[in-house]
Design a protein around this ligand. Structure first.
Ligand code: URA
Length: 246
């Protein structure tokens, strides 16, 4: 694609504005100033406007390692949001989190501007599994493991789908796999057994694991393979997850 067409698509600029930006040296391709709108660039070329990376892709899909204290929202009057953390890198995108993670929780938040995709992976019928590392303030018991597998009934009577709790009995840290997203679900599930959650970190969505090299506040775009794995994730029946519980 021509560079001026790339700018028009990625920065929603008119051809005239793109031409002017090029003339003023505001555009770089792979780190070098580019002034010729006729230059051919690849869809994935590293094009930047005023130093901020641009992408001609229709939608973006970002893996963020959400730090504690950040709310998983687009904008918030009081708190820093997950979208705030990537705004400088994507100043022209209206990104929102596909699914919520508590302010006190950390880990994998998927940010996108593709509403149809977000709707699809969050749809209850898809049962896309979410994996969490959890630290609790009481030892994991056989009753908890069996109760999670059978489906916990919350204090308000809500009957939850079966969930996997992977831990040695007596351990204070465990892995939990959910296929639904109810408000404060894991905290409320442990609450039924009289245990409190000290720390909760989402480590995977479907088959896509959080990139351990990102660190708190780090982010990157999902790869093609990761996107394919999320898009093609079969509707998972819980029995499938439960077979891998020790
Ligand atoms: N369950 C919770 O209680 N909190 C989260 O952030 C995610 C799952």
């Amino acid at each position: 694609m021509r560079l001026d067409a790339f700018l028009a698509k990625a920065a929603q600029m008119s051809r005239a504005d793109a031409k002017q930006a090029l003339r003023r040296g505001r555009v770089t391709v792979d780190g070098r100033a580019a002034r010729d709108g006729a230059l051919h660039v690849d869809e994935n070329a590293a094009v930047a406007l005023d130093g901020a990376p641009l992408t001609a892709k229709r939608f973006v899909y970002i893996m963020l390692d959400k730090p504690e204290g950040v709310v998983s929202a687009s904008r918030d009057a009081r708190d820093t949001t997950a979208a705030d953390l990537v705004r400088d890198a994507y100043p022209r995108r209206e990104l929102f989190p596909a699914g919520r993670l508590d302010k006190t929780s950390t880990g994998f938040v998927l940010l996108t501007d593709d509403g149809a995709f977000a709707h699809d992976i969050l749809a209850p019928r898809r049962h896309v599994a979410k994996t969490y590392e959890v630290t609790v303030d009481a030892p994991v018991t056989r009753a908890m493991i069996d109760g999670f597998a059978a489906g916990v009934t919350l204090a308000d009577g809500t009957r939850l789908a079966p969930a996997a709790l992977r831990a040695e009995e007596g351990a204070f840290s465990c892995e939990v796999v959910l296929t639904q997203g109810v408000y404060h679900q894991i905290k409320r599930m442990f609450g039924v057994f009289g245990a409190g959650v000290c720390a909760l970190r989402r480590t995977a969505i479907g088959g896509v694991r959080l990139d351990a090299s990102l660190g708190p506040g780090g982010f990157r775009e999902l790869t093609e393979d990761e996107m394919a794995s999320l898009r093609n994730a079969p509707v998972q029946l819980f029995q499938k997850i439960n077979t891998i519980v020790p």
